[in-house]
Structure formats: structure tokens, C-alpha cells
Design a protein around this ligand. Structure first.
Ligand code: HEC
Length: 107
């Protein structure tokens, strides 16, 4: 119980987001976040490129979380981006959002 309370009280954790990202997202979005994963490269439109500054600056964390939770169609993007709300908790989604932010290019 103590560890549960501790984990709930901490902000989103990019390290914790790495494993779910690698398992559920990298096939399309790529290990490096560039949208060129083995499946993603074959899709039209291509998966979002998280290494793009324009992408990173153009979306809030809440917008990214909504796309992940409710799917691409919920944010006006491709329905090939599935909804993960049924398989990931809100906390895991926030962690994955934090991990996606680690792909942001240096200024
Ligand atoms: C089947 C391939 C596929 C998988 C798996 C996938 N995505 Fe996507 N993702 C896409 C596509 C395609 C788009 C939409 C590109 C577009 O319409 O511009 C997208 C878009 C997004 C967006 C951006 C929405 C925006 O504002 O532009 C986010 C954030 C995202 N994906 C996160 C994730 C995360 C996190 C996971 C894993 C939990 C994941 N995706 C798994 C294909 C995938």
C-alpha cells in the first residue's frame, strides 16, 4: 500500500514509460521515436514523428495523452493510431507521454 501511495504521488516518469513504449508503440513509432518502425514505415499516413520539434512544440501533454487513450481519430488523426485506454492505465499513459518528450530535439 505504501508503494502504491508513493507511486501515485509522483509526477509522470519517463523511465517507467520506456517499457510500455517499446512493447506497444515502437513497431510503428520506432525505437528512436522517428515514426520509422518496421510497421510504421508501411503506413499512410506515417505515424507521428516524435523527433520533430514542430510536433513536440505543437501539442500539450494532455493532447498527447488523449490521442493515446482514445486513439488517433479522437484527435483528428489517422484511425490506425489505436486507442490504448483499454490496455493502459492513465498513469502508464502519462509515463509514456513523458517518455515521448525525451525524443524532443535539443534547441
Ligand atoms: C499500428 C501502428 C501504431 C501503433 C502501434 C501506435 N501508433 Fe501512435 N500513431 C500511429 C499513426 C498512423 C498515427 C497518426 C499519424 C497521423 O494521422 O498524422 C499516430 C499518432 C500518434 C500520436 C500523435 C497524435 C498527434 O497529435 O499527432 C501519438 C501521441 C501517438 N501516436 C502515440 C502512440 C503511443 C504512445 C503508442 C503506444 C502506446 C502508439 N502511438 C502506438 C500509428 C501507431
Amino acid at each position: 500500500m505504501f508503494s502504491l501511495l508513493v507511486s501515485l504521488s509522483f509526477a509522470a516518469d519517463a523511465d517507467a514509460g520506456k517499457t510500455p513504449y517499446t512493447t506497444s508503440c515502437a513497431a510503428c513509432h520506432g525505437d528512436k521515436g522517428d515514426g520509422a518502425g518496421p510497421v510504421g514505415g508501411a503506413l499512410t499516413p506515417k505515424p507521428a514523428d516524435f523527433t520533430s520539434k514542430e510536433f513536440q512544440d505543437g501539442r500539450t501533454d494532455a493532447e498527447l495523452a488523449k490521442a493515446i487513450k482514445e486513439g488517433g481519430a479522437a484527435v483528428g488523426k489517422s484511425p490506425l493510431m489505436a486507442a490504448f485506454g483499454g490496455t493502459m492505465t492513465d498513469e502508464q499513459i502519462d509515463d509514456v507521454v513523458a517518455y515521448i518528450r525525451t525524443f524532443k530535439p535539443a534547441e
